[in-house]
Design a protein around this ligand. Structure first.
Ligand code: C2E
Ligand code: CA
Ligand code: CA
Ligand code: CA
Length: 277
């Protein structure tokens, strides 16, 4: 029996090691990168659909790996969620975005809100909302200068943790967006349950505009948003035709490469200064 157990171990152990070693390596390099602060934020502007005036930014994280270049969040955010490191990374992102807001406020005297993407796992820490509010207060920032973006699909699975904290943040004035609207499975239920101020229509809804069926769906969705007093952002606007269609159909804000790519902090600050002037 002993021998059999031994050979079973020989058979399984190397494979487990490969898997856990790969995981451990990912975990270590992410962990080191968090300590070394190898992450930076880019800021993609959002504009009023009617006047095309700047009305906000969305912070998007990038990982600058020394010698390896820039890694997309699509590649490391899911890994950070799997390893439990999203809390530390998310905290770093919030600290960076709020410090940036403070710097812009000092420089220009005025602000537009900055939206930060938040993973639902960050709400597993029940101190998340309180810490965020404390951070804003510590920096003397109005609560409405920060917005959090959360995907509906992500919120569903963590509603018990997410809902009370979102409610607390909304009551305190922090803005809240439902991201990637139209890609999940229970958009309408979530609209009723989550205390949101904005819905962001996913690029997949905007991309086919001005095709008639897509237009009908966007129009009805905007009407719903309006009747709930929500801002409706068209995401992923890539050409003028889409921009005009989105505005005519009722989207209140536009975001996408056609209006602006995500900008580095310096360029974003300059755009902010020009827009407020
Ligand atoms: P998202 O929140 O839906 O962000 C929009 C993504 O679309 C961004 O990609 C943005 O650069 C890209 N985009 C903007 N305009 C256009 C356009 O006109 N056309 C096209 N094709 N793409 C456009 P990015 O920066 O690679 O981010 C990908 C995803 O990674 C984000 O999707 C979000 O889910 C996640 N992510 C990004 N930053 C963070 C973060 O700080 N924290 C967390 N938890 N997730 C983040
Ligand atoms: Ca987003
Ligand atoms: Ca989105
Ligand atoms: Ca997305």
């Amino acid at each position: 029996a002993k021998q059999r157990a031994g050979s079973a171990c020989e058979f399984f152990e190397p494979r487990m090691n490969v898997r856990s070693r790969a995981r451990l390596e990912a975990e270590q390099s992410l962990g080191r990168a968090i300590v070394e602060r190898e992450f930076l934020l880019e800021y993609q502007p959002k504009f009023r659909a009617d006047s095309r005036k700047l009305c906000g930014f969305e912070a998007l994280v990038r990982w600058e790996r020394p010698g390896l270049g820039r890694v997309s969040p699509a590649d490391f955010v899911p890994a950070a969620e799997r390893t439990g490191q999203i809390s530390a990374l998310g905290q770093l992102i919030i600290d960076t975005a709020t410090q940036q807001l403070r710097d812009w406020l000092d420089r220009w005297g005025l602000l537009v809100p900055v939206a930060v993407n938040v993973s639902p796992l960050q709400f597993d820490d029940i101190g998340f909302a309180d810490r965020l509010l404390a951070r804003l207060d510590e920096l003397g920032l109005p609560h409405q200068s920060l917005e959090i973006e959360i995907t509906e699909t992500a919120a569903i699975g963590h509603l018990g943790r997410v809902l009370p904290q979102l409610q607390r943040l909304r009551k305190a004035g922090v803005l809240c967006s439902m991201d990637d609207f139209g890609t999940g499975q229970s958009s309408l239920t979530m609209l009723r349950q989550l205390p949101i101020s904005t819905m962001k229509l996913d690029r997949s809804m905007i991309d086919p505009l001005p095709e008639p069926q897509a237009s009908a769906i966007v129009k009805a969705t905007c009407a719903l948003g309006r009747s709930l007093s929500l801002e409706v952002v068209a995401e992923g606007v890539e050409n003028e035709q889409q921009a005009q269609a989105a505005r005519e159909l009722g989207c209140t804000q536009l975001q996408g490469y056609h209006l602006s790519r995500p900008l580095g902090a310096v360029a974003a600050g300059e755009l902010l200064g020009r827009s407020l002037a």
